[in-house]
Write a protein that binds this ligand. Sequence first.
Ligand code: SF4
Ligand code: SF4
Length: 483
Amino acid sequence: MSGEDRTGPPRFRVIEKPDNRLWIISNCNFTPEDKFGILNKNRSGGRIGARNKQWRELQMSDYVQMWKDLGMDLENHDLLCQVLPTAVGDVFLSQENRPKAMDFWDLVISEVHGIRPAELIEAQKQGRKVFGTFCVYVPDEVIIAADGIFTGLCGGSQFWVPDGEAVLPKSTCPLVKASVGARLGKTCPFFRIADMYVGETTCDGKKKAYEILGEDVPMYIMDVPQMKREKDILKWKEEIADFAKMLEEFTGNTITPEKLGEAIHIINEKRKALARVYECRKSECLPISGRDALLMTQISFFDDPVRCAQMCNRLADELEQRIKDGVSVVPAGTKRILITGTPLAVPNWKLHNIIETSGGAVVCEEMCTGTRYFENLVDETKTTLDEQFMALSQRYMKTNCACFTPNTGRIDDILRLVKEYKVDGVIDCNLKFCCLYDTEKYSVTRALKEAGVPVLSLETDYADTDAEQLRTRIGAFIELLNG
Ligand code: SF4
Ligand code: SF4
């Protein structure tokens, strides 16, 4: 700790010791034992252990001032803070035989409103701008090239839905209602920190919600094409170029080909690291649960991309070794499930949790919180901004979101992933009131049936009220797969 700057709000850095232990270096005045304590999991009841509690309380008291400064509703936020540790304990820490490298994500999720927000605030003090995004179509590379920081903003908790419903129709999808509620209810630090929100014209629910979100925060909207013809790829390239211009003005920084090239490399490395973890999920010997893989992906939307790649590679190293050693998290013969559909924003772990506590194993997600986020790299050989914007457009337009028509590429992806991940059955799960993915259910189901792949279609939201019903249907589906 000597030599570390202990002033200012809490910040953290993760370092790996030669003996593979993970250390959190913080600027707070802790003893080494306190700092290391956070990484020791106490599996009884899934709660953080005594030493961790001491660490946590100390850290929380630092965060309270930060939350106050952000203008958050502390009373309401306390309610959220009370339920999150229990959920983390029940869904994650209760699992047996987890990869050790999940310690990093356990730490981040248990301090999700503290650690990363504190880092972002510190960066703002150094003059950097933070951009909150809602869709995998927004090119993070351009934000980094302008020396900005991106952070995901989608909400995945029922906790935020009522505040969203206060201004939106009830028949809006829960993801949009939760995102708006997180902002208006003043209970999410990321929504308070962002200097600008970057929206996009994907679905109608989001488009209209951005008008409300943009009332008291600068809002920039990217116009995503609805088709994928050559002229649409050119149009998206122009849209990316306009985005770059706006970023230069907003940040006061110039985007050069060198800076953009470096940013493209950083995000490609992050994609490759995520892909390495997913590659391990293709193995018959399954070294990681779907829940843990989902948590890794969800946090990757919020984390620093270089650290994210480093931690994902560290996890992949361990998973590759586990496969060599024959270490699986499920018994041989456990049915392998691919989930497809609408994104699962943090902390939406409902579906994975039900499947994996009903005897199935989630091996892949054809979702924006899954393969759509990291598949396809940006061409790194381009040397002018014009060429780089085109390379970015070409890569991003390969993402198969239901907001495009036609969207046959998504069907091809699902069929390909079923083979690659040796999938026994597919669960097509969509959020209530998402008519785009709901309508695509027709062609997804037909294609899978034609290919002889069992499929279960579900619709749900963030509430727990349908959990038992889902458990019954999913249990019956897994029984059917078991023959
Ligand atoms: S589902 Fe579509 S709109 Fe939603 S994050 Fe993915 S690409 Fe964006
Ligand atoms: S889940 Fe569907 S309705 Fe909701 S934000 Fe995504 S595309 Fe829009």
